[in-house]
Design a protein around this ligand. Structure first.
Ligand code: 5AD
Ligand code: SF4
Length: 446
């Protein structure tokens, strides 16, 4: 067996893709290794969202070249940097054997065989999305109590700051039958929770078993019938695609967890317009109201960008006002960073880094307070926790609440893989601590 080391950057979809690549290469003699030291092949599964992503990959490739001078090593670059840089990588980094975009992974075995036979470098960055899922192996991703399942890929929205429409290609949805078959296999291998993934997951429009086009709500309803599947989640959603049937599913489907990641990006209409988000702040607020009417306890999450070109103090104040009014359980926030090739990168009114930094600090402070408030509100309550893995301490188990909060519990290792009722005792910056209800009651009696 040859050893394969995959280094994964970026989002959950990359984590999922890395697992699928590992499976794809197993039949041709590669077993996964968690170190580069003795690997025969290394795949960098890259992400292009953050600043200087490509530069970081080139310096990583510089280090790999030194390894390759000492021993035989096949080097592949996959993911969104591969898609965006393609031929540039081939030209700049001759030590790279394979460059493969996110929609061409299924060609990896063939590419490996080709370079083994005739040497040289191989490049595949087409978007034959229809082929990819058909060609990937059927025994699906690694087991695990909480598993990811890609249902949709790509994006047609073209937000002016974002590379995804260029790197992941157009929106494409897998069929309900394909997804259901993979879900059943994951549950058979121990999954109790599935998170449906997609760059625009709520824009899902896949072919149903009746030949009609099904929505994400239809798909969730179908998957909720799988025996043994306790929880369903999905991400990432776009505010424009928060349809009535999906909101109703949050009211009607017991398995659908009360958590929604719905990036707002900004609280200013003029910034949203320049971002090409396709909705106003009032529409975002209305969407939140509709969701809360259907599911009052829902935990809301978001992404924000500060310092988008042209963002004034008043625009930024509007973002803070939106945050204050909505109340987020958690959120991510980023300084705007220029992505070559995207419209916003060419905008004239770029914001100085000092201003971006100050705004980011202020926003993160506000979001941190909201998160602490949301978490503190859980103290003294009993939450259902799906235990996923052992903690650092003996007997400790770590799981997630319905609201996606990490919860650690002593003397709970026996519950891993199951849902336990947990009395929440304390809040930490990134997690909650609690006791199984039986233990809590025992302590109360003494
Ligand atoms: N600059 C800063 N943040 C960005 N994001 C995407 N592109 C950029 C960029 N050029 C953020 C958005 C998106 C999240 C995944 O990353 O907030 O929702
Ligand atoms: Fe990027 Fe906008 Fe598409 Fe999200 S919706 S992937 S931010 S272009």
């Amino acid at each position: 067996m040859k050893k394969l080391f995959i280094k994964t950057y970026g989002c959950q979809m990359n984590v999922y893709d890395s697992a699928r690549m590992a499976e794809l290469l197993a039949p041709i003699g590669f077993c996964p290794s968690d170190t580069l030291d003795d690997a025969d092949m290394v795949i960098l599964n890259t992400c292009h969202i953050r600043e200087k992503a490509a530069e970081k990959i080139y310096s990583e490739l510089g280090r790999l070249r030194q390894q390759k001078e000492k021993r035989k090593l096949t080097i592949a670059v996959a993911g969104c940097v591969a898609q965006a840089e393609g031929a540039e990588i081939i030209a700049r980094a001759p030590q790279v054997d394979i460059v493969v975009g996110p929609q061409s992974y299924h060609r990896l075995p063939e590419m490996i065989a080709r370079i083994a036979r005739s040497g040289g470098q191989a490049l595949e960055t087409e978007f034959p999305a229809l082929e990819k899922f058909d060609a990937l192996p059927n025994d699906a991703s690694p087991g695990g109590v909480s598993a990811f399942l890609t249902v949709q890929e790509g994006c047609d929205k073209f937000c002016s700051f974002c590379v995804v429409p260029y790197t992941r290609g157009p929106e494409y949805s897998r069929t309900v039958a394909q997804i259901e078959a993979e879900a059943v296999r994951l549950v058979a291998r121990g999954a109790k929770e599935l998170t449906l993934l997609g760059q625009n997951v709520n824009a899902y429009r896949g072919e149903g078993p009746d030949g009609k086009t099904w929505s994400l709500a239809d798909l969730l309803g179908r998957l909720a019938n799988i025996d043994g599947l306790a929880r369903l989640r999905y991400m990432t959603s776009h505010p424009r695609d928060m349809s009535d049937d999906l909101i109703a599913a949050h009211r009607d489907l017991a398995q659908l967890m009360p958590f929604l990641h719905l990036p707002a990006q900004s609280g200013s209409d003029s910034v949203l317009r320049a971002m090409n988000r396709g909705h106003s702040v009032a529409e975002y607020r209305r969407t939140i109201d509709r969701i809360r009417a259907a599911r009052p306890d829902i935990a809301l999450s978001s992404d924000f960008i500060v310092g988008f070109p042209g963002e004034s103090d008043a625009d930024f104040a509007a973002t803070l006002a939106l945050v204050r009014d909505v109340g987020f359980a958690q959120a991510y926030s980023f300084k705007y960073s220029r992505r070559p090739g995207t419209p916003a990168a060419a905008a004239r009114k770029q914001i100085p880094d000092g201003v971006k930094e100050a705004r980011l600090q202020e926003l993160q402070t506000a979001l941190g307070e909201q998160r602490a408030a949301f978490d503190t509100n859980s103290v003294g309550r009993v939450l259902e926790v799906l235990f996923e893995k052992a903690g650092r301490r003996a007997g400790q188990a770590i799981g997630r609440s319905p609201y996606l909060q990490a919860v650690h519990v002593e003397n709970a290792a026996a519950h891993i893989g199951a849902i336990g009722r947990v009395h929440i005792d304390a809040v930490f910056p990134n997690s909650l601590k609690g006791r199984l209800v039986a233990e809590h009651e025992k302590a109360m009696r003494h």
